[in-house]
Design a protein around this ligand. Structure first.
Ligand code: PEP
Ligand code: MN
Length: 340
């Protein structure tokens, strides 16, 4: 259920509804929108719907709506505006301005990270990406610089002022990663690691949730719900391609999912054309396509020397190519009603 408050409901009226919801044995979650406040009622509603409908008689309440979707907190029902998630000084994901997350797949060295960070910032990126803990298919592949990588990301943030996104692989690393990162990434391979999702819901840093390689849209939203149901509403979704029969691209970018997600959820949606395609030459066209489909931003891998990259070299753009993409994106963004 969702309790929709009147546009001019007072704080006292909202507080009264919250305490009544609690008295009925549910968990109230306040969602403050631009226009009005709504209170999501979380808990098992079976057999209790009658009592909940009584809330309609409380002062300041406009209406009570059942939420039909299994994802109650992620649903756009009762939360019509896209969530704007503040990820750093003046950087918001989900607003009119596109969020452009760029940087290397893996943090490899101070020189590599700083060179990449400076170049993507100069080209107009507003968030720096870089993996310190890497989820590799083979245990014999480069696993990331781990804690040393986090320290380098810190340095890059200090120098460039860009907020940083990096992946967290294990619940036991969350505290350390959250100390250094502005956004915590959950990779495709961990998208249904429910223990990790719940633990991320119990801390406050924004969570960047990548779609699992064979997840349906509903399963994707339920994964977001795991984080949100533990108390962290700051979830950003990422479509990074799904596994299909096609082998010409590394994955298949599901642009239809972007459109469906924008309709079904208020959470911001980012497109990652790098992992979706696996080849640098396909990245720019699908970046534009992602924005045309309604994405709130992009995640793009950039490396100064892709041929020497420890991971994902073939899909990484050289800085000059990234800058050229950003130049073109400026015009594209305008047509899509966005800014860079
Ligand atoms: C990454 O962002 O480098 C990554 C490993 O992505 P994904 O989890 O989408 O494969
Ligand atoms: Mn990668």
């Amino acid at each position: 259920m969702i309790v929709v408050m009147k546009a001019h409901a007072t704080d006292d009226e909202v507080a009264r509804v919250i305490s009544s919801v609690r008295d009925l044995g549910y968990d109230p979650r306040m969602i403050r929108g631009v226009e009005r406040t709504v209170i999501a009622v979380v808990g098992d509603e079976r057999g209790k719907a009658v009592k909940l409908s009584n809330l309609e008689s409380l002062p300041g309440v406009e209406s009570i709506m059942p939420v039909l979707k299994p994802y109650k907190l992620a649903s756009r029902e009762g939360h019509p505006e896209t969530s704007q998630i503040r990820v750093g000084e003046g950087v918001v994901v989900g607003g009119r301005r596109l969020a452009i997350m760029a940087g290397p797949c893996s943090v490899e060295s101070e020189a590599q990270l700083m060179e990449t960070a400076r170049s993507v910032k100069a080209a107009g990126a507003n968030i720096l990406r870089g993996g310190a803990f890497k989820p590799r298919t083979s245990p014999y592949s480069f696993q990331g610089l781990e804690y040393e990588g986090l320290a380098l990301l810190d340095r890059a943030r200090k120098e460039t002022g860009m907020p940083v996104i990096t992946e967290v692989l294990n619940p036991q690393d969350i505290e350390a990663v959250a100390e250094h990162a502005d956004i915590l990434q959950v990779g495709a391979r961990n998208a249904q690691n429910f223990g990790l999702l719940k633990a991320l819901g119990r801390q406050r840093k924004p969570v960047f949730l990548k779609r699992g390689m064979s997840m349906t849209i509903q399963e994707f939203l339920m994964a977001a719900e795991y984080v949100m149901s533990e108390g962290n509403p700051n979830v950003i979704l990422c479509e990074r391609g799904i596994r299909t029969f096609e082998t010409a691209t590394r994955n298949t970018l599901d642009l239809g999912a972007v459109v469906v997600l924008k309709e079904q959820t208020h959470l911001p949606v980012i497109v990652d054309p790098s992992h979706a395609t696996g080849h640098w030459q396909y990245v720019a066209p699908l970046a534009f396509a992602g924005i045309a489909a309604g994405a709130d931003g992009l995640m793009i891998e950039v490396h100064p020397r892709p041929d020497q990259a420890e991971s994902d070299g073939p899909q990484s753009l050289k800085p000059a190519r990234f800058a050229a993409l950003m130049e073109k994106l400026r015009q594209f963004a305008e047509v899509a009603g966005r800014t860079l």
